[in-house]
Design a binder for this molecule. Sequence first.
Ligand SMILES: [Zn+2]
Length: 339
Amino acid sequence: MNRNNLISLSKSIGNNLDLTQGAGGNTSVKDGKVMWVKASGYCLQDAGVKNIFVPVNYPGILRRLEKGQDNPVEPEIIKENHGETLRPSIETTLHALMPHRYVIHVHSVNVLAKAVVRKGEEVFHKLLNGIKWSWIPYARPGVPLTKEVQRATQLDPDVLVLANHGLVLGGDTAEEAENLLNDIERRLNCFRRETPAISMQEINSLTEGTEYKPSKYDLVHSLAFDQVALEIVGKGSLYPDHVVFLGPGPMPTMKTYEAQDYLSLSFGNTSQYHQAIIVVGYGVIIHKSLSEGAEVMLHCLINTLLRIQSHDDLRYLTKEEEAELMGWDAEKYRKKIQQ
Ligand SMILES: [Zn+2]
């Protein structure tokens, strides 16, 4: 029963691009000592269609966290009888630390648009009045974020706002958790700027016969028309999934003639091409090898940026933070960025 509730909850969240994008976001339910948590790399929208949940012994995870172990999840995976075992999400520890039966973690664009602001904590303080919540300063997903959350959950919050990342919340029933999520979304819902429709004919003629194609999402093309968004992507990245899927640093932005020149180049077997290019006033083109998971991150990016105002003081991820997300040391980062 609990797992059926988890499946329907996961599907409804997973089908909403304002809440989760691709394999981002995760859910869990605790049943006795077992916690079922979404597997790494799987999409919430596939709940019920595929097996996307992994059972773990969560009191065991909590004991290992108390002892300060760096790998508290892997030894606590409960092996199932039939064949391969999925790998639990890197965010499993957040689910274990929340005491609620149902826990939801989403990269909501309404949350992101405010959680990337320097004074985000003050903004949420006003908007989440009456809810038991905690602000979690930015930390890399994995051990550093777990440590921050471990500190915060001692105050027993129902909601965690992860700076430059997203939202975690819990409820004792699936309905309670979903109602809380809907309530927060209503409180945070912000206006999304509109941009002019693009000319598909023009953008198609630009990429015809090249290794690039226009993004399939209409919204993604808004990146090429919105001044605030263009300025932000020219400066850097704001949250982990952007860096992991689309790479660190500013996104390449070109004028039409620059894009024409660039597209006429042959890259042979090298992997040193741009994954996505913003052609100002035209649209967004992506390399044909770009994964579905990365393209949906472009959707998340513009869906967030169109909700940010020009006067918002944003906290970008630092070069060091980007490097640690890529698993790079500082030197490798410097070289990559210069390519
Ligand atoms: Zn996350």
